[in-house]
Ligand binder design. Structure first.
Ligand SMILES: [Fe+2]
Length: 312
């Protein structure tokens, strides 16, 4: 039995749904880990190769030019799961960002705080080769091929840092509230606003193309999805609206199907300014009563903000 289990573990390597190394790190409460590169199997590398090579045409057609530049700058090997150290050798000199391996979900405040320190919590497992298309949680393809090329761009990198500032502002606001019930109510509302803004920009954002013509993708959820990147731009079923802050912070979203509603920003400078506006709205109390609904706030997310507000 033990032999069969070991054999299965070796065969699955670092697959998202079956990775003993990750399960052990989680059981021990270790968030930040190293990337045990030797555990990737041929199947894992083959899954990366198939994911990467089938995206190349799509990226050239649909992706924002700065993403394409980022892919070039990172010198990713289409045939092998990347080593984070290699990625960081190209990434850090450009914007100071680094991809840091984690064992799973990072509670919201900590995640934003990592961005503030120019660290990107990076999943190191890879989806099973049999299920290339649908994956509810991030994997290394989503994080490295979808997110990290954008981190090579200075304006985009600075925008991520501003998200970290927003999380600190939220903790500061909550620290000034005495009633615990009101603290929780306020964190919940601000969290929803931040998470929705992040979702409709960093994960699923669209941008006007060069010289204002057409639309290009810059959101990482789209950049790592072979089907949805085309759907987002070409499908008549998708509603696309110019970015409106008051709408986005009140707009619920669901993660288990293609997005029916997307928002368009003018430029990365526009996006950077919007995060500044979001922070101002937070200080003015305009994020305190956003509409209920998705996303739900998990206990670890809530706790991460309350702990930060108490200086823990
Ligand atoms: Fe993501």
């Amino acid at each position: 039995m033990a032999g069969a289990r070991a054999e299965r573990a070796i065969k699955s390597g670092l697959t998202t749904t079956r990775a003993p190394f990750i399960e052990q790190a989680q059981a021990e409460g270790r968030l930040y880990i190293h990337q045990p590169y030797e555990l990737y199997t041929d199947d894992n590398h083959e899954a990366w190769r198939r994911l990467f090579t089938r995206m190349e045409d799509r990226w050239r057609r649909y992706a924002n030019p700065r993403f394409l530049q980022g892919i070039d700058n990172l010198c990713l090997d289409p045939a092998r799961v990347p080593r984070l150290e290699d990625v960081n050798r190209f990434l850090s000199p450009l914007t100071g960002f680094q991809a840091k391996p984690v064992s799973g979900y990072v509670p919201s405040f900590l995640f934003f705080d990592c961005l503030r320190n120019r660290e990107f919590p990076t999943t190191i497992t890879i989806r099973d080769g049999a299920t290339l298309d649908y994956l509810p949680e991030p994997d290394i393809f989503h994080d490295i091929a979808g997110h990290v090329p954008m981190h090579t761009d200075r304006a985009f990198a600075d925008t991520l840092v501003r998200f970290g500032d927003c999380a600190h502002t939220a903790a500061e606001i909550v620290a000034g509230i005495r009633d615990e019930h009101e603290q929780i109510r306020r964190v919940t509302s601000i969290f929803k606003a931040l998470a929705r803004f992040f979702w409709f920009t960093i994960e699923f954002g669209l941008m006007r193309g060069p010289n204002g013509h057409g639309l290009k993708v810059y959101g990482s959820g789209l950049l790592s999805s072979h089907g949805e990147i085309a759907h987002a731009i070409d499908s008549p079923e998708v509603q696309r609206y110019p970015m409106q802050l008051e709408w986005v912070i009140n707009q619920y979203f669901e993660i288990d199907h293609y997005q029916p509603l997307l928002f368009v920003v003018d430029s990365f400078e526009h996006l950077f300014d919007l995060v500044g506006e979001l922070e101002r709205w937070m200080r003015e109390g305009r994020l305190d009563n956003v509409s209920p609904g998705e996303p739900a706030v998990s206990e670890p997310d809530l706790r991460s903000f309350l702990d930060a507000s108490r200086g823990k």
